[in-house]
Design a protein around this ligand. Sequence first.
Ligand code: ADP
Length: 491
Amino acid sequence: MNKYILTIDQGTTSSRAMLFDHDGNVFFKAQEEVECLFPHDGWVEQNAIDLWLSVLSVINDVLARTNLTYDNIDSIGITNQRETTVIWDRATGMPVHNAIVWQSRQSAKICDGWNEYKDLVHEKTGLIINPYFSASKIRFILDSIPDGQQRAEKGELMFGTIDTWLIYKLSGGKVFRTDITNASRTMLFNLHTLDYDDELLKLFRIPRCILPEVCPSSYSFAEASVLKPGLMITGVAGDQQAALFGQNCFNEGDSKNTYGTGCFLLMNVGKKPVLSSKGLVTTIAWQIGKEVVYALEGSVFIGGACIQWLRDEMRMIKKASESEAYAMKVVGEPGVYVVPAFVGLGAPYWDDQCRGAVFGLTRATTKEEFIRATLNSIALQSKDLIRAMEIESNKKIKVLKVDGGATANDYLMQYQSDIISSKVVLPHCLETTSLGAAYLAGLESGYWKDLEEVKHIHRIQKEFNPKMNKALIKEIDRKWKSAIKATRTFK
Ligand code: ADP
C-alpha cells in the first residue's frame, strides 16, 4: 500500500493540507481561505474554532479527492503561522477569546510598559519586545476576560500557539504540547536554558501552568485519535523554520529567503545562539533528538507587496508577472532607485517614521525603468539584511536558497544573485514550508531513515550565478546607501 506523509499548514490567510510521497513530491494538496477579523484599527483576530474546522476540512478534502484513507497516512507534520495566540478553557476545550494574530498591534501598550526589560528580554529570548510575539498577547487576553489572571493562576486556562491548539484538538484534548521553534516565539522561552524563563514569567505575571510542554520538532507529539487511533503527529515547526528545514539548510551558514508579500530571511547559525545588535532576532531553527540548532532571522516589510503597488496603485502593470518582461526591456543600469519604505524600514535600519521615495529620475526615465527599479528594491533590501546577517554570524552566504511567489521572476533572481555575488538556488519543490514539516515528521516516524536520505531526495530546479562586474556592484551599493540615507532624512 502506498503511504504518504500528511502535512497541515495553518497560515494567516489559509489552511492547507498536502500529501508527500517518499521522493518528497507533493502528491496532492487542498487549501481553504480563513477569515481575519479586524475589530479595531490595527487589531487582527481569528476564530480558533474556525481555524480548527478549516484544518479538518482540508484534510477531508485531500483524502476524498485522492480516494485514500487514514491507512495510507504514515504520520502527520504540522507547520503554522507563528506567535498567534489562543487561550482556552481547560474544562470545556473552548477558546475564551478570539485568537490574536501575529500581525495584531492590540498589545502595543503592554509592550511599551515592558520597555525597561528590553535588554533582559533580548539576552534571554533573542527577541525584541514587540506585540508580534505571544507574551503581550497572553497578557492582553488575561486582562480582557473576566477573572482572567485568577483563572490562569488556578490552572483553569491553557495557552497555545496554533500548533498546540491543533495538537490539542487532534488528540481529543489529551495532549498539551508545543514544539521548540514555536516556543521560541513566545518571548517567554530562554534560548540558553531551553525552558520557559521564570524571571520573565514573573515580570509578565504569566503562570507557568497555562503553558504547554516543549518538545523537539521531530518527535512523537501525540496520537491524532480524532482522525484515527494510532496515527501519530511526529513533526511540528513554525512556518519560517519549517521552510529553512525544507530547503535543506542543515549546515551552519546555510540561508534561505522567502519572497512573498514581505521577505523572510533565516540563517542557520549552528549549535549556539548568536545575539544581534542590528535588530535581527535569534530563534530556534529546530531540535532533533538532543541537538538544538539556532537561526538568525530578519524580514523585509515590503517585498512582493511593492509589485502589488505597481499593479494596484500605480497601475503600471496588470499582473505581477508582467514586471519581469518590462524589467528585461531596459538596457544597462537605469540609475533609478525606489525605496519602498511604505511602513518605515525594518532591520538593519529600524526606522518607523520614514516613508517611501524615488531617486535618480530624469526627463528620459521610462515606465520600464521604474518597474525595474522597484523589482531591484526587493533584492537590495534583502542584500542589506544578508550583509547584516553575515557580519553578525561571521559567516558568508555563498548560496542563497529561495522560495515564495516572487521567485517566479527570473530577472529578480538574477539581480539578487548579481548584487550579493552569490549563487541563488530554487528548489524543485516550491512548497518548502510543508515539505519541512513532512521531513520532520518522516524522520521521527522512520518514513525517511535519516538526514542523509532527506538530502538525497532534495532536488534543485534552477540556479542563478552572479555575472555583474564588481565596479558596477560597488556603484549600485553606494547609490542605494545614499538613497536610504536621503529617504530617512525626509520626515
Ligand atoms: P504570501 O505567502 O506572502 O501571500 P506569495 O509567496 O504567494 O506571498 O507571493 C506573492 C507575492 O509575490 C505578491 O506580493 C506578488 O506581488 C509577488 N509576485 C508574484 N509573482 C511575481 C512575479 N512574477 N514577479 C514579481 N513579484 C511577483
